[in-house]
Design a protein around this ligand. Structure first.
Ligand code: TEU
Length: 565
């Protein structure tokens, strides 16, 4: 038997550097700020840090628009700061995984500057350039080469006046898509990746990696509304060469490299069947992927900014499907939060009366599944969505575009704001709440986005010495994964799938059995657990006591318990 990979018992922590810790008072987090807070991560016990982009960038999308892959943006510091961070992370026995954003570059990247300079520039074909649609003049409404709608509102094509052609951008117009059909593009990306690995980083989180292969015919999408734009997703996602590209990348970049590396692909809209192909070790593509099924269940008929309540049975069924689908072959990532999602305690929990209980209960049911858990900065403190008063409080390009386009199309501003308050990405981007000081200990200056006013009581300092805190609960969950092979490797079986409030499952490995049971609702419940469990088997709980009434466990609102025997 081959030993289980190291990341089966590891936990990853995502740092969004802009909002983590600011060392120089300019209001933006930076590398030196992160280095100064490594004690926090060591205390939490995480194994790996995934660092969101710190490369040179004009910051149209907070660094997911890169103008130089081999430079540190001055707002984050210097290469000396980076090397110091990497050395300190390694000295503490942790790993550092970089964000890899290669579906697109910034329009200010020298590759694109060259590419746009003329139709016969050698780099013209490094991006997707197309003439206006047949029968249309450049710039005329409807002249875009396809009818696709961008992730950030409006068309996916922008006209370049100088050459009279359009370039493709699935995201902002400042994020032109690279043409992966061109072998020079692929080799340039692989060389850059090798350069970072040679520098000592431990792997990559790959941004929207399933979008790098597109159907080169670029067909129109089915019409979806807003200005007659169409849904191009079936044509630009999971294109015909996606597996070929990832296998080539594996060969060119990772094959034969010493050390414990990690690759995780962000794969929008993939099914578990596709995820199994990406993560089957025999295929040599990726270690794991981020899937989006469970974080799309609350999207309403009008999309993500038209949220609807989630039925817990559906959420459980979705997660169980992924557990089963990637049980024998492949591997799951486990996450509630990242820099693109609203805060889980506000989304699926109760950020008011049962704040502590629901934050810890949600953490428990996620972390003890089979897969590698990802903790997003502030999640370990139970940070909540932000009380954005109006559009002036928002910073995110996706939210701002959505707001302006919807209002221009006649929507009621207040109802647009309601959707953004619930689902907007800025909810996850308010500064980490270190202490009760005026800017939560994040900065001595004016923060780039407002600190959540609840930092007066919701902060790291207030939680370190409280054994019941959200922070210490996360610490215990992480320690449990490190300590118990059943957490890392046990089989998964969902219990009580039809219960609308109780989330319960069993893990088994050889003779060890573990049962996780939580009440994800605000009224007391009872549940019958398979087998004879007693309070003596309890290894972790978010309440003070556990009691059984005629064979059924009594579950206080948002309580969570873990039994092992
Ligand atoms: O996000 C991919 C993505 O499409 C969504 O998760 C996105 O956040 C959007 O909300 C869809 O409605 C990745 C990055 O994580 C994100 O921060 C970037 O903005 C995006 O790619 C472009 O690089």
């Amino acid at each position: 038997v081959t030993p289980a990979p190291w990341w089966t018992s590891a936990v990853v922590y995502q740092v969004y550097p802009r909002s983590f810790a600011d060392s120089n008072g300019d209001g933006v987090g930076d590398l030196a700020g992160l280095t100064s807070r490594l004690d926090h991560l060591e205390r939490l016990g995480v194994d790996v840090i995934w660092l969101s982009p710190v490369y040179a960038s004009p910051h149209a999308d907070n660094g997911y628009d890169i103008s130089d892959y081999q430079a540190i943006d001055p707002v984050y510091g210097t290469f000396d700061d980076f090397d110091e961070l990497l050395a300190q992370v390694h000295a503490r026995g942790m790993k550092l995984v970089m964000d890899l954003v290669v579906n697109h570059t910034s329009d200010e990247h020298p590759w694109f500057v060259e590419s746009r300079s003329s139709k016969d520039n050698p780099k013209r074909d490094w991006y997707w350039w197309r003439p206006p649609r047949d029968g249309f003049e450049a710039g005329q409404p409807g002249a875009e080469p396809t009818n696709w709608q961008s992730f950030f509102s409006g068309p996916t094509w922008t006209l370049d006046e100088a050459t009279g052609e359009y370039y493709l951008h699935l995201f902002d117009r400042k994020q032109p898509d690279l043409n992966w059909e061109n072998p020079e593009v692929r080799q340039a990306v692989y060389a850059m990746m090798r350069w970072w690995l040679d520098r000592g980083v431990d792997g990559f989180r790959m941004d929207v990696i399933n979008l790098i292969s597109k159907n080169p015919a670029l067909p129109d999408g089915a019409t979806i509304g807003v200005g007659g734009l169409g849904d191009g997703f079936p044509h630009y996602s999971m294109g015909p060469r996606i597996h070929e590209f990832l296998q080539e990348m594996h060969r060119e970049v990772f094959e034969g490299r010493a050390g414990d590396l990690l690759t995780v692909g962000e794969t929008l809209g993939v099914t578990w069947e596709q995820a199994r192909l990406f993560t089957d070790p025999a295929r040599r593509e990726l270690d794991m992927v981020f899937q989006f099924e469970h974080v799309s269940l609350d999207h309403g008929p009008g999309g993500k900014f038209d949220p609807k309540p989630v039925d817990l049975r559906e959420l459980k069924a979705s997660l169980a499907r992924w557990q089963a689908g990637l049980a024998e072959v492949g591997w799951n990532s486990l996450y509630w939060n990242n820099h693109d999602q609203p805060r889980v305690v506000s989304r699926f929990g109760d950020d008011d009366r049962y704040w502590r209980e629901s934050a810890t209960a949600l953490a428990t049911v996620l972390h003890l599944q089979r897969g590698t858990p990802f903790v997003y900065q502030g999640e370990e403190l139970g940070m909540t969505n932000a009380p954005f008063a109006g559009v002036h409080d928002l910073r995110d390009v996706e939210s701002l575009n959505h707001y302006h386009q919807s209002v221009a199309a006649g929507a009621d501003p207040e109802s647009v704001l309601r959707g953004l308050r619930a689902m907007g990405r800025d909810n996850g981007r308010t500064p980490v709440q270190w202490d009760a000081a005026p800017n939560a200990g994040f900065t001595d200056g004016e923060p780039w986005i407002a600190v959540n006013p609840n930092h007066t009581w919701l902060n790291a300092q207030a939680q370190y010495d409280d054994p019941r805190s959200v922070f210490n609960h996360y610490r215990r969950l992480i320690a449990l994964r490190h300590r118990l092979p059943v957490v890392a490797l046990g089989d998964f079986r969902m219990l009580l799938p039809d219960d609308p409030f109780v989330f319960a499952y069993e893990r088994t490995l050889d003779d060890t059995r573990m049962v996780v049971v939580a009440n994800l609702g605000d009224t007391p419940r009872t549940a019958a657990l398979d087998g004879e469990w007693t309070a003596g088997d309890l290894v972790l709980s978010n309440t003070d006591e556990v009691s059984f009434v005629s064979g059924r466990i009594a579950l206080e609102p948002w309580s969570a318990h873990v039994f092992v025997r």
